[in-house]
Write a new protein. Structure first.
Length: 255
């Protein structure tokens, strides 16, 4: 069982989007995957699957209100298992996020457990780092987001965690954006994927779907599938009708 936390220094760079999409993409590759929303103060993972009100959540597990973590586990159509956190602020009372590691250890056998972290190096993020064996960073190609990755990476190194590398998200290929080489040199970490800025992501979100389900041929979906294959140590197989869909996506991206 590989336990991977998805982290960033700066907020809003795409951690939840990456967690949800590689969760679905790995499931499509035949892996058993559980994703956990460890951003308990401002959780969004459940929302990414179109559900706002889960009767039992990670909060109940952390509070000891339910006997098993399985009680807070929901099955997506693809077979992906989701452990959401509660949106309601009252549900935060009595929660100690530092118990996350114990909860994660009790997740039923999965090939991958992906933990969607809060940004930064506060208690929630530290809990997500401690609960994982491996760390995957998400950044946007700008200096603020990349600088903050270095800060999280310093903490992670002190905690002795394996750092897989960086996903650069929302890439627009503008001149002012940092390049792969610059990001690798600045952080000392490898770049594993570049996910383009893609309107299909927001369209999918508005429908409560991941983009890899909504449009598997979109530019972002293809990169998510490549990243999932890389994490699983498998060869990426491109969709057969990709060219036609590439044309379609080109015109769709203008709308
Ligand atoms: N590649 C992309 N192209 C277009 N929109 C994107 C892309 N990646 C993420 N977004 C959008 O950006 C917003 C922020 O993404 P997301 O919620 O995944 O960030 P986050 O790092 O999890 O934020 P937080 O730090 O608040 O947890 C969302 O509305 C999401 O749909
Ligand atoms: Mg998030």
């Amino acid at each position: 069982m590989r336990i991977i936390s998805i982290l960033s220094g700066k907020g809003g760079v795409g951690k939840t989007t990456v967690t949800a999409n590689i969760g679905v993409a790995l499931t499509m590759l035949g892996k058993s995957v559980t994703i956990i929303d460890a951003n308990i103060t401002t959780p969004h993972l459940g929302i990414n699957f179109g559900i706002f009100n889960y009767p039992i959540t990670l909060n109940d597990v952390l509070k000891g209100k339910v006997n098993s973590v399985v009680d807070a586990m929901y099955f997506h159509d693809t077979g992906l298992r989701i452990i959401p956190s509660a949106l309601n602020v009252e549900e935060l009372y009595g929660v100690d996020v530092m118990d996350l590691e114990k909860v994660v250890q009790k997740v039923p056998m999965s090939d991958f457990v992906l933990i969607d972290s809060a940004p930064g190096i506060g208690r929630e993020a530290i809990a997500a780092i401690q609960a994982a064996q491996e760390l995957l960073y998400v950044t946007n190609p700008n200096i603020a987001a990349v600088t903050d990755i270095v800060k999280v990476s310093e903490v992670a190194k002190r905690l002795g965690k394996k750092q897989l590398g960086i996903v650069i998200n929302s890439v627009k290929r503008k001149m002012h954006e940092l390049t792969i080489d610059e990001i690798e040199e600045f952080t000392g970490l490898p770049v594993l994927a570049m996910i383009p800025y893609d309107n299909a992501i927001e369209k999918a979100l508005s429908l409560g779907k991941t983009v890899v389900e909504y449009n598997p041929y979109s530019n972002a979906s293809v990169e998510f599938m490549k990243l999932a294959a890389k994490l699983a140590g498998e060869e990426y197989k491109p969709p057969k009708v990709a060219f036609i869909h590439k044309l379609k996506n080109y015109f769709a991206s203008m709308i």
